[in-house]
Write a protein that binds this ligand. Structure first.
Ligand code: NI
Length: 184
């Protein structure tokens, strides 16, 4: 146990003992909460918005965030992780059918919230230690599962940034900017 005494900073992370897994889940929750806020900031009739024809629409961006999160959760939370189990073109069908079925804003928001909970349960069931296991990436290099979870958080933040740009292109102020401006 790392934390000392009740009310210590570390205990504010969760009711559970401090661990690198809990710290990682806190980081993921924060990024995910921001994705939800940015999606909520976009009007429901703008889900088909895309800045240029080549790029993902708002809906497709969110579905992609969910797809990668679902893929990582499913593969990294099992002992026989295999990132190449299915070709990437099949991920939607194999890992993220619910994400692609969710086309309405309210359903996407719900799924963003429930998916992170599913991920937290799956990784907690597995435990901190198991996430230090090495796995093979697409290029054959080895990384820990933890590193891969953090890469997933990074890619989610990247796409969250795109949502803020989309909002600006619609003439809207991004949710996080509003929050900072209000000084919350
Ligand atoms: Ni991506």
């Amino acid at each position: 146990m790392v934390g000392q005494g009740k009310g210590g900073v570390l205990y504010t992370m969760s009711r559970m003992e401090f661990s690198f897994l809990e710290e990682t889940l806190v980081a993921w929750r924060h990024v995910r909460a921001g994705v939800v806020d940015e999606l909520k900031n976009i009007p429901p009739d703008k889900l088909d918005f895309r800045p240029t024809p080549e790029v993902r629409s708002v809906r497709e961006l969110v579905q992609h965030i969910l797809e990668v999160a679902m893929f990582h959760t499913a593969e990294l939370s099992r002992p026989d992780t295999n990132l190449k189990r299915y070709p990437m073109s099949e991920w939607g069908r194999r890992y993220a059918a619910t994400a692609y079925d969710a086309t309405k804003k309210q359903d996407l928001v719900k799924l963003l919230r429930s998916q992170i909970k599913d991920a937290e349960s799956a990784f907690r069931r597995m435990g901190d230690l198991a996430l230090w296991q090495l796995i093979e990436q697409f290029d054959g290099s080895l990384v820990t599962k933890f590193q891969r979870v953090h890469d997933g958080i990074g890619q989610e933040m990247y796409h969250r940034g795109q949502l803020t740009t989309y909002a600006r292109l619609m003439g809207r102020e991004p949710a996080l900017t509003k929050l900072i401006r209000r000084g919350d």
